[in-house]
Design a protein around this ligand. Structure first.
Ligand code: ZN
Length: 415
């Protein structure tokens, strides 16, 4: 199967977020998936049939909405002689937009991977599973941290770490009071430890066996306990077979999961997360330089560097969620661009035009996801773009300490 680029994945993810929010008041949102092999002629006949069937819908408003959605798809379909190489998807219908209002929406796009099955659905929400499946991460690893006190089980999907289970033991510390009872104490401790490892092994095996796509398992913890746990086969043999290696970590709790992935990614350099980390480490090293630093961050500086064509690498946080909007004054044609958070978009107070000074309110002419806008800018000058997830220490610091936007310059420039 062909791979999607980071950018295609990001765009698809954002598109799905938007489609997911759309709700019909009744079953009146139409999803149509046309695979590349399907004849447009056949799709048209299918829709004609749906059109006449839908005339039996009891509610007059719903019927009207469904019919107009089908008509809209049919008229858009006329632009195609045949389906594009990856097929085409339509999401059309009247979504409810507060109070008693509905609004007609229509999304038509060619997906980044081929559609395999023809599908028509009319429901109160859009049917998105086939597109969602394209985003399913293939790089999946089980994570297990174990020592005599704690056990944490997690999973690494692409670049995201999830904690699935955290347990603590009742195993007493290794040192007893000495004297006669010492040997008895040690024996009891070893029995308790054995029972604890059995429990950890059972719980971890059950969790990992339920995840079909796990490619391998990474085991971590401080000291030699983890090796002992692996060598004594406390895990189910099918799970045991998937162990890649053991790694030293200082912690065995949720934080330890990050440590585990971090030390594993030093040796397993083909991991997606290790490529992200490598770039972020390079950036952080540049940031700390007092002289001749190639690091830049924050939207203003990064934008300037991109416009000057001197940025080598652009680092964008996947969780940025900002828009670049183009504001236009209708009376004097003055326009300006602004960046605003996604959450502010809905209730954004449109500014007055500062050029013609006549209290004329500007309008949003265009809006584009900031990640898309900056990526386009970067690609024009041959700057590489890396979309960095939050979930690793480095990824989190990009998001929180560097405004989610950073870069590495080709050469040193004073701003
Ligand atoms: Zn104006």
């Amino acid at each position: 199967m062909p791979e999607m680029t980071q950018r295609q994945k990001y765009d698809l993810k954002r598109q799905l977020e938007e489609l997911k929010r759309a709700r019909g008041r009744h079953t009146e949102l139409i999803s149509l998936y046309v695979p590349p092999t399907k004849q447009i002629f056949d799709v048209n006949s299918y829709l004609k049939n749906e059109f006449s069937q839908s005339q039996n819908i009891k509610s007059k408003t719903t019927m009207k909405n469904v019919l107009s959605a089908i008509e809209s798809i049919m008229s858009r379909l006329k632009q195609f002689k045949q389906a594009p190489p990856n097929g085409i998807v339509f999401f059309v219908g009247h979504k409810s937009s507060g109070a008693d209002k509905t609004e007609m929406i229509a999304y038509v796009f060619e997906p980044p991977l081929p559609i395999t099955t023809f599908l028509y659905r009319c429901d109160s929400s859009f049917y998105l599973e086939p597109l969602q499946a394209m985003l399913t991460e293939k790089e999946i690893y089980g994570l297990l941290l174990v020592d005599r006190r704690e056990c944490t089980i997690g999973i690494l999907k692409g670049n995201r770490i999830e904690m699935l289970k955290y347990m603590t033991s009742q195993v007493p510390g290794k040192h007893g009071r000495g004297g006669q009872s010492q040997r008895r104490f040690e024996r009891l401790t070893e029995i308790a430890a054995h029972e604890w490892f059995v429990k950890c092994g059972e719980v971890a095996s059950e969790i990992f066996q339920a995840e079909e796509e796990i490619q391998g398992i990474l085991v971590g913890g401080p000291g030699p306990t983890k090796q002992y746990f692996v060598e004594e086969n406390y895990l189910h043999y099918e799970v045991q077979d998937k162990i890649i290696d053991t790694f030293d970590t200082g912690y065995t709790d949720e934080f330890g999961l990050r440590e585990l992935v971090s030390s594993a990614s030093d040796t397993m350099t083909n991991l997606k997360i290790s490529q992200e980390k490598k770039l972020m480490k390079r950036f952080l090293k540049e940031v700390t330089k007092t002289e001749g630093s190639l690091a830049i961050y924050g939207e203003t500086h990064v934008r300037k560097a991109l416009e000057m064509g001197i940025a080598d690498i652009l680092l964008l946080s996947e969780d940025l969620r900002r828009y670049r909007i183009k504001l236009l004054c209708n009376s004097c044609n003055y326009l300006e661009w602004r960046t605003i958070p996604e959450d502010d978009l809905e209730e954004y107070e449109l500014p007055k035009c500062k050029k013609c000074d006549n209290s004329s309110i500007m309008e949003i002419e265009e809006k584009i996801d900031l990640i898309d806008e900056l990526s386009d800018l970067a690609e024009k000058t041959g700057c590489k773009v890396e979309i960095i997830s939050t979930g690793s220490e480095e990824g989190d610091s990009l998001f929180s300490a560097f405004d989610g936007i950073a870069g590495i310059l080709r050469y040193v420039v004073d701003f």
